[in-house]
Ligand binder design. Sequence first.
Ligand code: 13P
Ligand code: SF4
Length: 328
Amino acid sequence: MASFRSDALARTAPLYDRVKRVIPPPEWATFAEDVEAILELKRKRNAVVLAHNYQTPEIFHGVADIVGDSLLLAREATKVDADIIVLAGVHFMAETAKLLNPEKTVLIPDLEAGCSLADSITAQDVRLMREHYPDAPVVAYVNTSTAVKAESDICCTSGNALAVVESLGTEHVIMLPDEYLARNVATQTKVKITAWKGHCEVHERFSADDVRALRESHPGITVLAHPECPPEVVDVADFSGSTAAMSNFVGRERPSRVVLLTECSMSDNVAVLHPDIEFIRPCNLCPHMKRITLKNIRHALEANAHEVTIDPGMVDRARRSVERMLAI
Ligand code: 13P
Ligand code: SF4
């Protein structure tokens, strides 16, 4: 066992070299065997791992084939050639991948990997909103269930929300379920936006006072905030954008000192790419994203666990909402 582990350590040394700034050696020693096993299972089973930017670095840099924000994962899911997609992310992301790949096997390593936004609204709530505002199209954040997508006109992500709202050509839209994303988009458009009261349990915890305190304790810091943060946080940040937009901003602008007001693993993953940039790390953990581990990714590939299925009564309408968004 000890020598198997040290063989795995030796063979994964080039991979470890990438992440050594964010994963201490004793921790990698516990990951190496699973990383190797996953790489082998992917080859054997013709599988790919799609990982969201909030996955931990051993997943993100160690076993993922495609990494990105929700928009990129949805787009890339349409191009995948493999037989099996393992979605290292939360349930709505796996459902979106399945909607776009009905003939492929899509696996989510932990069925409990949910999302507070997706849980904040039901299909019945959407129908009631429509009754109330019959002339306003419904824009659903991808962080929603298939049932909610099926009741909506079009989806959006944090990466394209403004473009989606403005593409509809109406004076008024309903945007759900994230109140803060809707209010942040409303500051950039003349379109009237009616929001739902859903919040992300990770991003709602950041405050404008946090930003002021950071600027005092870390002079010269550049503050990036995800648009799921409250508007008063976005207002005092230097930049706001999707997880991919934040990562691109760091690569493009190369601030000497930066904080990403978002989920914790994001800074680790971006820091791996920019050893010369100082990342200050007050962050909040997403308990749902953190349910995905190397162990359950390995189990997913060994046992086809857990296969994502979609209610046939909703699949066409939900797919139409996602495809309409991808066409923009
Ligand atoms: P992105 O689409 O920006 O990656 O965000 C997804 C998410 O769940 C943020 O909390
Ligand atoms: Fe959902 Fe927030 Fe977690 Fe993203 S960070 S998956 S929006 S709970």
